[in-house]
Every structure is written in structure tokens, then in C-alpha cells.
Write a protein that binds this ligand. Structure first.
Ligand SMILES: NC(=O)c1ccc[n+]([C@@H]2O[C@H](COP(=O)([O-])OP(=O)(O)OC[C@H]3O[C@@H](n4cnc5c(N)ncnc54)[C@H](OP(=O)(O)O)[C@@H]3O)[C@@H](O)[C@H]2O)c1
Length: 326
């Protein structure tokens, strides 16, 4: 695959003045909301933070030197509405607090394509709908920005009513530090499906489950939990740092021959064709909306199923050992 054709946008490709000429309402002051608001403010952008009435975050926003405002009042004053609240709450907030006050000058901005791609919300045709999705948690987005660096952003345009949405998205990306690291074009479909697949298959599904099972096997075979914990969990961070620096080949060159031989042989025996089929099913369930329907059903049922899974996972010996050592 020729990666040379993948356009990556850097600071010189984006005009900060575009977003600085607008008022941005950031709805929500959590993980992404706080980080993006502070970065926008430090870049000289006029930011309002949209919160629900009596929100506990009003005090925090004021302490950070920013201006809180009730969401629908903020929509009336803003040009760009950056919706940074949990994905399962966006539908209700959008219908009640945002949609009734939209006009053709508005741009709706998301950091995840979920609500638009799965058509949980269908905004009017006469607004821009764009995405600037940082590839990292809010804390990292803020930390990198303060170090004069940034986290890469995935950018997508779903509706380009004003005919300058890409320029606007790049300008916002520059203001939160994204184009310092590099921002690249995607689509709402690709971002949503890839984000969900990455979470389920690798980041929050496959890796934690493999660690936990390997830990359980060692403890069941008589190893001390602390020994199993160090080798299966603690050392993950060390090895990830090594291959993150320059890839797997570099990692294999940096370890012993015993580790390399055992790793290459057994890696393929664990992650075999059965696993490939399971991964394909996970992706299919995302693409056919099966996962979406299941998740939404549980979200509408007060997360009964999620809470059951939490109970089983979080009361394990592995978690107890982690808490005692952290
Ligand atoms: N978390 C990440 O690392 C990450 C990374 C990339 C993209 N994203 C995307 O960024 C978006 C925001 O995610 P997040 O993790 O930053 O969210 P979050 O931290 O869970 O959002 C918390 C904020 O949402 C507000 N909120 C919650 N329910 C609300 C409601 N019903 N009405 C009004 N406000 C409500 C809270 O208000 P109060 O202050 O009043 O409690 C709080 O300010 C999502 O689309 C997500 O997919 C997240």
C-alpha cells in the first residue's frame, strides 16, 4: 500500500484565524471537553462552555478561567458547536437543547462519528457537520498541547453547507494542537467503525482479556499472584513503549533470542485463524449495526448488562492484586 498518497495536514496547511473569527461552544466539560476548551482558549479562540443547568462543572469551568453557559443559550451565541458529551446522551441533548436553535451559519463538530453515522441524530441539511477526532484521551490532548506538541486528529466532513468546512475543521484542529502532530482525512463511517473495532478487538477487549487470562493461568498453576501480575501486566507498558518507538522488528531486535523465538512461535499459535474469524465477526457486527443495537438497548435499560460485566471483571483477583500494588 502506498502511504505516500495519504495527505497529512500540518500547521502550515491550516489557518488559525478562521476559527479565531468564530465563537465556539464546547458542549460538555469532561475528558475531551475540558482539554479542547483549554487548548482553544490558549490558541486565542473565543470559547464558551455549554453545560446543563445546575451542572457540577460550572465551578470548574470558572476556576479554569473560561465562561460557562447553559447549552441552548450558548447555541444562540455560537458559530461552531463542538459536542463533547457521552455518545449515548447526544441524541436527547441535541433534540432538546441544540436543534431548535440551529441556523444556516452553524457548524456542528464531533470528536466521534457514532451519532451521525448510525443516524441517531439527523441534523438539518443547511448546517455544516464536521469531525475533528483526537487520537487520544483528553488528558493527553492537553498535556501534549502544553508541551508545544499535539495529538494527531482524524478529520471528516459529513455535510459541507458553507463550502469551507475542511478549512474550518483544519483551523479547529490547529487550535487544539492536532496539526502540530498531523491531521488526516477520513469519513464518519471509517472513523466510527475503526474506533469501535480498535476498542473491541485490541485496546479495551483483546489486550485486557489476554492479560487477565494469562494471569489466571499462572495463578491456577501455583505461581504467586504478584509474580504473575508483573510478568503479564506490569511489563506490558515496557514492551509497548519499545515497539511503539519503531515497530515490531525493532522490538524483536531489542530482546533476547529466547524471547524472540518463543514470542514469534507462540504468538501465532494463540492468535490463530479462529481468532481471525472472531475479529471478522466483531467487525461485521459493527458494520451491520448489531453492536450498535445491542449497546443502545442496554444504554436504554440503565446499563444492566454493562453493570453485570463490570461486577464480574472488577471483583477478580487480578484487580485486587493491581489495587494492592498501585
Ligand atoms: N474519552 C476519550 O478519550 C475520547 C477520545 C476521542 C473522542 N472522544 C469522543 O468525545 C466525545 C466526548 O467524550 P468524553 O469521554 O469527553 O465525555 P465525558 O467525559 O463522559 O463527558 C462528560 C461531560 O458531559 C456532560 N454530560 C453528560 N451527560 C449530559 C447530559 N445528559 N446533558 C448535558 N451534559 C451532559 C457532563 O456534564 P456535567 O459536567 O454536568 O456532569 C460532563 O461535562 C464523545 O463523542 C467521545 O466518543 C472521546
Amino acid at each position: 500500500m502506498d502511504m505516500k498518497n495519504q495527505k497529512i495536514y500540518y500547521n502550515e496547511d491550516a489557518d488559525l484565524n478562521l476559527v479565531k473569527s468564530k465563537t465556539v461552544l464546547v458542549v460538555g466539560y469532561g475528558n475531551q471537553g475540558r482539554a479542547q476548551s483549554k487548548n482553544l482558549f490558549d490558541s486565542g479562540v473565543n470559547v464558551l462552555v455549554g453545560l446543563r443547568e445546575n451542572s457540577d462543572s460550572i465551578k470548574k469551568v470558572k476556576q479554569d478561567g473560561l465562561n460557562p453557559i447553559e447549552i441552548s443559550l450558548g447555541v444562540k451565541k455560537a458559530d461552531i458547536i463542538s459536542i463533547l458529551i457521552p455518545d449515548q446522551t447526544i441524541n436527547k441533548v441535541f433534540c432538546e437543547k441544540i436543534a431548535p436553535f440551529l441556523n444556516p451559519d452553524h457548524t456542528l463538530l464531533f470528536s466521534h462519528g457514532y451519532n451521525i453515522y448510525y443516524k441517531k441524530i439527523i441534523p438539518p441539511l443547511n448546517v455544516n457537520i464536521i469531525m475533528v477526532a483526537p487520537s487520544g484521551a483528553g488528558l493527553i490532548v492537553r498535556k501534549a498541547f502544553k508541551k508545544n506538541s499535539g495529538v494527531p486528529n482524524l478529520i471528516a466532513i459529513h455535510q459541507d453547507y458553507s463550502r469551507n468546512s475542511l478549512k474550518l475543521a483544519l483551523s479547529y484542529s490547529k487550535a487544539i494542537g492536532g496539526t502540530r502532530a498531523g491531521s488526516f482525512l477520513s469519513t464518519f463511517k471509517e472513523e466510527t467503525e475503526s474506533d469501535l473495532f480498535g476498542e473491541q478487538a485490541v485496546l479495551c477487549g483483546g489486550i485486557p482479556a489476554l492479560i487477565k487470562m494469562a494471569f489466571d493461568v499462572m495463578v491456577e498453576s501455583g505461581f504467586q499472584p504478584i509474580v504473575a501480575w508483573y510478568v503479564c501486566f506490569y511489563e506490558v507498558k515496557l514492551i509497548v513503549d519499545v515497539f511503539h518507538r519503531n515497530g515490531f522488528k525493532y522490538m524483536y531486535n531489542s530482546i533476547s533470542e529466547t524471547a524472540e523465538y518463543g514470542g514469534l512461535k507462540q504468538g501465532d499459535s494463540i492468535i490463530n485463524e479462529d481468532v481471525r474469524h472472531k475479529l471478522q465477526t466483531i467487525l461485521k457486527d459493527i458494520q451491520t449495526k448489531k453492536f450498535f443495537n445491542e449497546f443502545e438497548k442496554d444504554a436504554n435499560n440503565n446499563f444492566v448488562k454493562l453493570n453485570e460485566m463490570r461486577k464480574i471483571k472488577f471483583e477478580s483477583l487480578f484487580e485486587k492484586v493491581t489495587q494492592s500494588l498501585k
